[in-house]
Design a protein. Structure first.
Lengths: 357, 279
């Protein structure tokens, strides 16, 4: 078990000008579960592969424990990786797959058998040890891939979207299992996903990447409640946060028929005459006053319902959580009001940075 | 699975056509058997015989008994030459094919072009320089002279490269690398098993090619070291050709190939990569 440190880690792919990973500074504590999240092409997988030694580091350093591993081949880094498509050795049985790394490390045969059996027990794979991967279901293959990593007791787990090939239901189940397993083993884990629900639910901390640049690293709650910029605000949360660019008037912004107060420090931070106001769907409620909108769609999810509507002068559709027992009717006009003005976010429309606390 | 379903749904016309094609390709083999089992005078009669006769054993005996032909020795020689070349070609092609398909190194593309270019040089063009080379090396006349030039094959390397590129996902190699395997270990433990179907095909083709090779062995080998094709040519040499004898020899020269086909053919199993990756 070890901490992992990225110091200005940069990767520029040959023939490209813009780095795929751009001076990432990141510290993962010993035993921590860190999730790297971002849209496709943001450099999250590349960052992980740099840690695993599968991708060169063009600038900066990577440390595992106190060792500088920047130039080390994967086998000297003592890491294990779980791949998106599992990458199981097709001609080996489940047991051989899990024991392969130990066999290479010349661990005595009896030890291999014991360790594989333990890992199999932990993952409920005992009865499949003699099967080939092709005789397993997707979920079982995923568990074998996990098992292959666990058996080695590495210093760091690298997981590259390990759940993205499972169906929705299994993904939710496995999500909690993986998180629980990691907590039990206490192995430092860097986990890549594009799914922000996975990021929120699994990680001790979450690192958001965009265009190879680290945007924010924080605990999920902090990331949700205090996104540092427009990108993080829009990326985390489903449905996404509503973002309105509104003109500033008299210490607040005009939100339909209501004036939303804007804290003074936010206003002084904003250079221009407008400010971007971010309101999460659950912080909006149907009311008699506030922003008038025309209801386009009501999504009923069972425990929740979301209404999607259009407001005059606001380009993106507005989303609000609403009472699922009594949702507004499609096509009607209703008003939305902010429930908790303290939970409203403000951003600079030019730089995208958060204004105020 | 889908293949089986489709086969079950094939039309009668398809069966008729396929049966016809099979008969057409099997006919020369069949008539080889017919001619090998009859006396020379029968063969030349009109109409020609359509059914096998009873002289097969005596004809075969005569082939092996002919001291000028050295048929038994020729069979053994060819087996050695073809086996060594096949083994070498499969191993070197698999190694090089893997390297070209999956490893990154300087000059990779240029080297591959060079390899492919060797396929464009006609064999006949190389005969004389090759003979001079073998003489200089002191190998002319012996079996080494027909083995050594064929231990590596441009076609083999290219063939394995193409197969490796599509059959082995990069993640599999990366997974092995993370598991601590060296490149050579990755090749033997992960890549080679995955290349087995292609290796079997390449082995089969190479063995057949070496077995059937005539021109170069005819030039390079001395009288005491014939290969099967060279020995067969001696059967039909001279003023008078005993066709029954030639056909009996040809039959004996073909049987080992059929055997190899059966042995190697079982190795050509598709779907060996199934299940390793979720695509």
């Amino acid at each position: 078990m070890s901490r992992v440190v990225f110091e200005g880690a940069t990767r520029v792919f040959p023939g490209q000008e813009r780095p795929a990973v751009d001076h990432v500074d990141l510290e993962v504590a010993d035993g921590e579960f860190l999730v790297l999240v971002g849209p496709s092409g943001c450099g999250k997988s590349t960052t992980l592969r740099m840690l695993a030694g599968l991708e060169d580091v063009d600038d900066g350093r990577i440390l595992i424990g106190d060792r500088d591993v920047t130039r080390m081949p994967p086998k000297e880094r003592d890491i294990a990786m779980v791949f998106q498509n599992y990458a199981l050795y097709p001609h080996m049985t489940v047991g051989e797959n899990m024991g392969f790394a130990l066999r290479i490390a010349k661990v005595p045969k009896a030890d291999i058998t014991t360790r594989v059996a333990e890992a199999a027990e932990l993952l409920g794979l005992t009865e499949y040890l003699d099967r080939k991967p092709k005789a397993l279901s997707g979920g079982q293959r995923q568990r074998v891939a996990m098992g292959r990593a666990i058996v080695r007791s590495p210093r760091v787990f690298c997981m590259d979207e390990p759940l993205s090939n499972l169906d929705a239901k299994l993904r939710v189940q496995t999500r909690t299992q993986v998180a629980a397993l990691q907590r039990r083993l206490g192995t430092t884990t860097v986990y890549v996903t594009h799914d922000q629900v996975e990021a929120m639910t699994m990680g001790d901390r979450v690192a958001v990447l965009k265009d190879g640049v680290l945007q924010q690293v924080a605990a999920p709650r902090e990331l949700y409640d205090h996104p540092v910029n427009l990108f993080v605000a829009g990326f985390m949360g489903s449905p996404a946060m509503n973002l309105f660019e509104l003109p500033v008037i008299d210490g607040g912004v005009e939100f339909g028929t209501r004036i939303l107060p804007v804290p003074r420090e936010a206003l002084t931070g904003a250079g221009g005459s407008t400010v971007v106001v971010g309101v999460r769907p659950e912080n909006l409620a149907v009311s008699h006053e506030g922003l008038p909108i025309v209801v386009d769609v009501v999504e009923e999810l069972g425990s929740d319902a979301y209404l999607y509507g259009r407001a005059d002068g606001v380009t993106p559709p507005v989303v609000a959580r609403t009472d699922w027992r009594n949702p507004p009717v499609k096509g009607t006009t209703t008003h939305l009001e902010v429930i908790d003005p303290d939970a409203v976010h403000h951003f600079d429309p030019v730089t995208g940075h958060r204004l105020g606390r | 699975m889908s293949l089986r379903t489709r086969a079950a749904g094939a039309s009668p016309l398809m069966y008729v056509t396929l049966t016809f094609v099979v008969l057409l390709s099997a006919a020369p083999l069949y008539f080889m058997l017919v001619m090998a089992s009859r006396a020379n005078s029968d063969i030349l009669g009109i109409p020609p015989p359509l059914l096998p006769g009873d002289q097969l054993v005596s004809n075969v005996d005569r082939v092996f008994a002919n001291a000028d032909v050295q048929f038994a020795e020729a069979l053994l020689n060819t087996l050695i030459v073809a086996s060594v070349a096949t083994l070498a070609v499969v191993v070197t092609s698999a190694l090089a094919g893997f390297a070209f398909a999956k490893l990154k190194f300087r000059g990779r593309n240029v080297l591959l072009v060079v390899v492919v270019a060797t396929m464009m040089v006609p064999v006949q063009l190389g005969l004389i320089p090759l003979y001079m080379l073998m003489t200089k090396l002191g190998l002319a006349g012996g079996l080494a002279s027909v083995t050594l030039p064929f231990l590596v094959s441009g076609f083999g390397v290219f063939f394995m490269r193409q197969y490796a590129a599509q059959a082995i996902p990069d993640e599999l190699i990366e997974a092995a690398r993370v598991d601590g395997a060296s490149t050579l270990r990755i090749f033997w433990s992960i890549v080679f098993p995955a290349l087995r179907p292609a290796a079997a095909v390449l082995g089969l083709l190479t063995f057949m090619e070496r077995w059937n090779d005539f021109l170069w062995p005819y030039i390079a080998l001395d009288f005491d070291h014939p290969t099967v094709q060279v020995a067969l040519s001696r059967l039909s040499g001279g003023y008078y050709t005993d066709q029954a004898l030639v056909m009996a020899g040809t039959l004996m020269g073909t049987l080992p190939l059929v055997l190899v086909f059966i042995l190697f053919g079982r190795q050509i199993v598709g779907g060996i990569m199934e299940g390793g990756l979720k695509s």
